[in-house]
Design a protein around this ligand. Structure first.
Ligand SMILES: [Zn+2]
Length: 280
């Protein structure tokens, strides 16, 4: 469906933020020191919910990171951050301070006394922050690798207690994000069809065993393309039953209903008979 400009902007921001977090994950994964990394934790302390993009448990401290994928020229003025020429954005330090404070309280509640270092990581190499004060816990794109290298030189030896703490934090992770704002949608208003797994454009009519995207040339076995669409369907409509008819309609591009039925039979278990049958 067509998203409103506001939703589109929101989506692009989320996507950009997510890509930034993934990029930081690939850096932090390469750490050689004895440490534990927890990504994308959603926690609640004293009824306040907060998210930690990345958390690093070392023997003597815990580092938490707020990852920002800002791109372009920004400047710092009176504790505010502006994108040039003059659009104020949320100062990530505000969020970081709140997160750090709540997380410290959580550790105290759990009976841990371990020091916390909190940083904002600007991950995008095309990011510049003019007038940035020296005393802020910012890690700029040109400093990330040095920062991680320096971590590798700190002698760190984790104990069983550190692992217990990591498990405890994972068990406290909330699955459902209250930050999620999904635009309203319903089945009838959505355009049907299978999207290319590579470029997301809609695939036309498919026959034979493979579908090939007209836009990017990406080939895919039909069964895998259909199952990808079923997965999307389940995500969008968790309460709807999976039936041959609805998946045939949903995929649109596969003309043969029998073929859809064969794919569903192979990948799911059928419940019920005839027109009441559905898949689980
Ligand atoms: Zn494509």
């Amino acid at each position: 469906m067509q998203l409103s400009d506001k939703d589109k902007q929101y989506y692009y921001n989320l996507k950009k933020g997510y890509e930034g977090e993934c990029l930081f994950d690939t850096f932090i994964e390469k750490l050689q020191c004895d440490c534990l990394v927890l990504n994308d934790l959603l926690l609640k302390t004293n009824n306040s919910t907060y998210q930690i993009d990345s958390l690093l448990i070392l023997s003597d401290s815990i580092d938490i990171f707020e990852v920002k994928n800002f791109e372009g020229d920004y400047y710092y003025q009176s504790d505010r951050i502006y994108k040039r020429p003059k659009t104020e954005i949320m100062n990530p330090l505000t969020q970081l301070t709140r997160t750090e404070s709540l997380f410290r309280q959580l550790l105290q509640n759990l009976g841990y006394r371990i020091s916390i270092n909190a940083y904002v990581v600007f991950i995008n190499p095309e990011f510049t922050l003019y007038q940035s004060p020296l005393d802020k816990p910012f890690i700029f794109p040109t400093q990330i690798h040095r920062y991680l290298k320096q971590l590798n030189t700190i002698p760190s030896k984790l104990s069983r207690n550190h692992r217990i703490l990591a498990d405890k934090l994972l068990s406290l992770h909330l699955e459902d994000s209250p930050f999620k704002q999904i635009p309203a949608y319903d089945y009838d208003r959505l355009q049907k069809g299978i999207m290319c797994g590579f470029c997301n454009s809609l695939l036309d009519f498919v026959e034979g065993n493979k579908c090939i995207c007209v836009q990017c040339g990406h080939p895919e076995i039909i069964e895998s393309a259909v199952m990808r669409s079923v997965k999307e369907f389940k995500l969008l409509f968790p309460d709807k039953k999976i039936t041959t008819n609805i998946i045939h309609d949903w995929c649109n591009a596969v003309p043969s209903k029998r073929r859809i039925s064969r794919i569903l039979n192979k990948n799911f278990q059928m419940v019920g008979v005839h027109q009441w049958a559905y898949y689980v």
